[in-house]
Design a protein around this ligand. Structure first.
Ligand code: ADP
Length: 354
């Protein structure tokens, strides 16, 4: 029996879950937010984690969510000084996420000296994507010098629901072709062949691919340059618009929340309807593309806030989609549990080493 603490530290928050392993029982969970904000009790991640650890008392190992592992980290990794250096290096291409993840790791090192820590990377599951799918049509030198390529995100979630699908269908992963749709505020879709990610919609950053709550997804890059010129925007302003003011929120002019948009559609709001139509259309396009990437499909899986709860959106996505296939794939709704996946991977790594 082992108590495994899973930490997801964001720029101003720490989410945690404590699991008993291998039973996978959730012992407790919680959230500390507003870290570093004016008037908050917590000036940094260290003070937040201190309070969490005082509450939960004993921990055998810690699993950390780390957003970006670049090409260096292809699987869950036991943290040591070299790994910390590696995660620091990845901060250059994930400046919004990795520094916060790292703060959580460093705080745990101080507060729990000698306790094993494992880093689980959002990008790792997608490291199996082949070169022809991850290299962009840009000068190759940018890949070599700047690491400019598709990495993909939400890997832990896609991997978890694929494993669940295999368990539910009673078929080994190496006999399955799957498309997994993680539709939350951030949205991504992955083609999984024999348990391996072979393509995914997010790219160098989480901005590529589907239309999301506030992110635009696929857009003509030249249009961005055009808008910056016309509106005299600098890179920081444009970055904000693409990540925070676009997607469902930007199109509807109302909200990024699908539930609110549906209410508005009910009241006859055209822009809310347009936003949801675009959202669904983009997902259908990707499913079509991944059908041809996989050359068949056993199951289409929906997960995260929208994927798990919005039956009408799922129906609109699936309507008439599989007429061309000989055998209709299973449509599955599988609640994601990234924290449990991190606990499983942490437990596996620690016990294997022991
Ligand atoms: P995040 O990516 O922030 O974890 P979620 O997975 O919670 O996001 O998804 C948020 C989206 O899911 C919102 O658009 C919300 O409208 C939608 N949603 C629909 N039904 C529910 C529900 N019952 N609970 C939570 N979110 C829901």
């Amino acid at each position: 029996m082992m108590k495994i603490l899973v930490i997801n530290s964001g720029s101003s928050s720490i989410k945690y879950k404590l699991f008993d392993m291998p039973s996978q029982r959730l012992i407790t969970k919680g959230l500390i937010d507003r870290i570093g904000e004016a008037g908050s009790k917590f000036s940094n991640h260290y003070s937040g984690l201190k309070v969490i650890l005082e509450k939960i008392k004993s921990v055998d190992a810690v699993g950390h969510r780390v957003v970006h592992g670049a090409e260096k980290f292809k699987k869950p990794t036991l943290v040591d000084q070299n790994v910390i250096k590696g995660i620091k290096k990845c901060c250059a291409i994930a400046p919004l996420h990795n520094p916060a993840n790292l703060s959580g790791i460093l705080a745990c090192q101080k507060l729990l000296p000698g306790t094993k820590q494992v880093a689980v990377f959002d990008t790792a599951f997608h490291q199996s994507i082949p070169e022809h799918a991850y290299i962009y049509g840009l000068p190759y030198e940018y890949y070599q010098r700047l690491g400019a390529r598709k990495y993909g995100f939400h890997g832990t979630s896609h991997e978890y629901v694929a494993a669940e699908a295999s368990r539910i269908l009673k078929k080994p992963l190496n006999k399955l072709k799957l498309i997994t749709c993680h539709l939350g505020n951030g949205c991504s879709i992955t083609a999984i062949d024999k348990g391996k990610s072979v393509d995914t919609s997010m790219g160098f950053t989480p901005l590529e691919g589907l239309v999301m709550g506030t992110r635009c997804g696929d857009t003509d890059p030249a249009l961005i340059i055009h808008i910056m010129r016309k509106k005299k925007l600098d890179t920081k302003q444009m970055d904000r618009i693409l990540n925070k003011e676009s997607g469902l929120k930007g199109i509807s002019g109302i909200s990024n929340d699908v539930r609110l948009l549906e209410e508005k559609v009910g009241a006859g709001n055209k822009r809310a309807k347009l936003a949801l139509d675009i959202f669904v259309y983009r997902i259908r396009k990707y499913i079509g593309a991944y059908l041809s990437v996989l050359g068949g499909l056993d199951a289409l899986i929906f997960t995260a806030g929208i994927g798990e709860n919005q039956a009408d959106i799922r129906e609109n996505i699936c309507r008439g989609l599989f007429g061309c296939l000989g055998k209709k794939p299973k449509i599955m709704i599988i609640p994601t549990n990234e924290e449990l996946m991190i606990a499983r991977q942490t437990f596996k790594l620690i016990t294997r080493r022991a």
